[in-house]
Design a protein around this ligand. Sequence first.
Ligand SMILES: [Zn+2]
Length: 385
Amino acid sequence: MDSESTSERRDIYAVLGSPDSRFPVEAPADPKEARRLKGGNSFYCSTALGGCGGELTFAIGDVNIPHFRHQAGSRCSLISSKTLADRYTHLAIQEALRAWIETMPGFSCRLEVSIESGRTDVLVTGPSFEVALEVQRSALSARNALERTAVYSHRANAVQWLYAFRDIDAYKAELADRGWSLRIWYGWAKKECRIGVSYETETGAEVEIKEAGGPLTDWDISFRGLDSVHLRKAKAAVERLRATERERRLEQAREEAAREAAEKARKEAARLRHIADQRAAHESLLRALQHTPEGLENKWPSSWPQLKGSPGQVSWAESIRARAVALLREELVEEWLPQARGVPVARWLALQSSAAFWIHCRFNDTFAFVQAYEHQFGSPWHPQR
Ligand SMILES: [Zn+2]
């Protein structure tokens, strides 16, 4: 059942007049139209497409849809080929292109022309240039398309691919890379060939693929290849889209740079603020040290030494010393601590210039200093012996 219907589908193609004819036909499904086509014509399996060249019977009955039939027992590799429909359609398109090109003054056209290792589908010769048109109906990788384009470019001023289907990899790659790609359609019923263009365009925020095109008469051929109002419109849309994308990328880069600059400025301001805060704290420590308490003139140490140690240790020790000395001074001024006990401790502390001394003493109150001093040197009341 399956193979029957498949073979019937395949059997609807033939060439008209002779085995090597370049006039392909598709049997119309309508018997009346089929009879009109049949007329006094003869139909053959195409040798140009690799067929057997046998004359075919055009069967138009009341039950089966019109179809062509090989002679019983004929051996033909084309009839069993899965690409039979594609081959006849490819031939029809080549012939449609040739017929159209030959109507243009100053133009001629040849099919299947060998160029180095390749063979181009349609080679258009214009007034002073040649253009290769490749009709692609089967799978083709982007890499293969580029390689073949390079080969044909040795002769042709322009090489253009006309894709029949959107699932061909080379088509997708060309569309993604260039933003547009040419398409070709063929309708058997009206023997109509159309060329169109798929192109990227922006609708709102989305990138969309649109199609535009028309009959062959909408198109011209120059040394740059095919051209038409459809293609110019498509190229303009792609240019607009790509300009918008470029602008968007630039805008993003500008925003990113502005953000980075603001962040850098913020960090720098914080760093300067931190330095200023540290300096102010340091200065206030030094001022506090230099201040001679009232009532202790001539008794209070006249100067406090610059501490020695690493910058980190010195800064840490300075704040410990400032706290400790402020506390001692306050207790002396308030007379909580008698001058006889407190002043010697202050003079002793004024001799300590090592940052490590202050860091390691870890005293929490004045009394701890007084005890440490008296433990070492004796108290006014209990002098050490
Ligand atoms: Zn055949």
